[in-house]
Design a protein around this ligand. Structure first.
Ligand code: NDP
Length: 272
């Protein structure tokens, strides 16, 4: 039986084993998919051991996405752009391929919600791995422009420096306090919602959006979604669909089958 793992720290609450088992069942495949908590210094040797034992792939979550990036022998373009890896493909010849499916998960979820990106002004709040990973997939949909703002403005500037030459739409950065004007779609890629905090952005900017997307999710609407709704934003979406979408893209890479996501998304939401 082909073996897969999700690796992180903490990892207890990961939904990946459940999601992948559902994908496997729905496509009549038998796989084993477990979760493993590691310390940073154990990561590389554990992956090699898992691969020698017949492991076929891993999903990688916080705080290992950057070490997974360094460990891979070969990287997809989207992993290179993200500077982070959330999916490892472990080949039988011992080689390791690193990919990043987060951006695809986000774009797929936006499309499932009929959120228009083409020709729209997009604001991304946050400049961590998740923000980096979504720039290329979003840019492929030809928005009018993408602005990245971050609490630590240098990190947003660095993303623009690294990715500007890879895309053909205007990409710029600024500090949270300097964001002004109107945006069609605002994507919160900060981890602020996880601690019930809001990014320090002017309310008028948030209220100008047609859609506000929060990559975070929980058993109820995130504080960012509630804030946006209170400011009159018509469409607010959490990151659960992105989670299932990135998993589906990993499953496709490993199993060459694109799983349906709608039913599993509803099941997971009902279990939150
Ligand atoms: P990182 O740790 O790489 O980045 C965190 C970002 O959040 C940084 O830009 C940081 O700013 C910012 N931030 C944290 N707290 C605050 C705050 N109080 N106010 C303003 N900005 C803040 O994390 P990732 O990029 O990997 O993940 C970010 C979020 O996206 C997390 O909530 C994660 O759970 C979610 N995510 C969801 C996925 C899904 O499938 N739904 C997939 C991947 C991520 P600074 O640089 O200044 O520290």
């Amino acid at each position: 039986m082909d073996k897969y793992l999700v690796i992180g720290n903490p990892i207890e609450h990961s939904k990946s084993p459940f999601i992948h088992q559902q994908f496997a069942q729905a496509s009549n495949q038998v796989i084993s998919y477990g979760k493993k908590k590691l310390e940073l210094e154990e990561f590389a040797s554990f992956i090699k051991m898992f691969q020698r034992d017949g492991g076929k792939g891993c999903n990688i979550t916080v705080p290992f996405k950057e070490v997974a990036f360094k460990l891979a022998d070969e990287l997809s373009d989207r992993a290179k752009a993200a500077g982070a890896v959330n999916t490892l493909i472990l080949n039988e010849d011992g080689s390791i391929i690193g990919d990043n499916t987060d951006g695809q998960g986000l774009v797929g979820d936006l499309q499932n919600h009929q959120v228009e990106i083409t020709n729209q002004r997009i604001l991304i709040i946050g400049a961590g791995g998740a923000a980096r990973g979504c720039i290329l997939p979003l840019a492929k949909l030809k928005p009018k422009e993408i602005v990245i703002c971050n609490r630590t403005v240098e990190k947003a500037q660095q993303i623009v420096t690294d990715l500007d030459s890879h895309i053909d739409i205007p990409l710029s950065s600024c500090a949270l306090s300097d964001v002004s004007g109107t945006f069609d779609v605002i994507i919160n890629s900060t981890s602020a919602s996880l601690s019930n905090h809001l990014p320090a952005i002017c309310s008028e900017v948030i209220g100008s959006a047609k859609c506000c997307y929060d990559m975070a999710y929980g058993d109820s609407e995130t504080c960012f979604m509630i804030w946006a709704k209170d400011l009159g934003v018509k469409q607010t979406i959490d990151g659960l669909g992105m989670l299932v979408g990135q998993a589906a893209e990993s499953f496709r890479l490993w199993r060459n089958v694109t799983p349906a996501t709608e039913d599993i998304l509803q099941t997971i939401r009902s279990q939150l």
